[in-house]
Design a protein around this ligand. Structure first.
Ligand code: C2G
Length: 131
């Protein structure tokens, strides 16, 4: 059984997230998703997600293509998570191309093409303009 791990914030879940998760799931038999915590987002991106960690975890858990979900507390703990969840492959969108190559000794590292023209930041902008 091939175990896939992927990470993300998944705030305001959109089609780019869904396509990435479905393609990641199709690369193996069991998809594990690390949902980044509110604290991690605040420290790395200077912005709190719109949806809380607990809500984002619940939303990702509800997806058919996802088998297991945990909270990603730190970007630097990826090696630990890969080992803890016995992942055979780490899959991320290609906005992260090359960024996780250091984990290649632990598992396969795959970057999938991102969906163009949509992002959480853009959605927040579009929604604000409609108010
Ligand atoms: N994604 C995509 N197409 C988009 C937007 C996002 O394929 N238009 C992918 C990203 O490449 C990523 C996943 O969806 O693989 C989640 O995206 P984000 O929620 O933006 O996650 P991010 O904040 O990049 O991850 O360890 C990584 C951290 O958890 C942060």
């Amino acid at each position: 059984m091939k175990r896939i791990i992927t990470f993300g914030t998944y705030d305001l879940l959109h089609i780019g997230h869904i396509r990435l998760l479905k393609r990641a799931a199709a690369l193996g038999d069991h998809l594990i998703v690390g949902v980044s915590s509110d604290e991690l987002n605040i420290s790395k991106k200077d912005r709190a997600p719109v949806y809380s960690t607990a809500d984002r975890v619940e939303i990702i858990k509800a997806l058919e293509c996802v088998d297991e979900v945990f909270v990603e507390e730190s970007l630097e703990k990826k090696g630990e998570y890969i080992q803890r969840f016995k992942a055979d492959a780490l899959v991320m969108g290609n906005d992260w191309e090359g960024k996780f190559d250091e984990y290649k000794p632990l598992c396969e590292v795959v970057y999938l093409e991102r969906t163009d023209g949509i992002s959480t930041t853009q959605l927040i902008g579009d929604i604000s303009e409609r108010l």
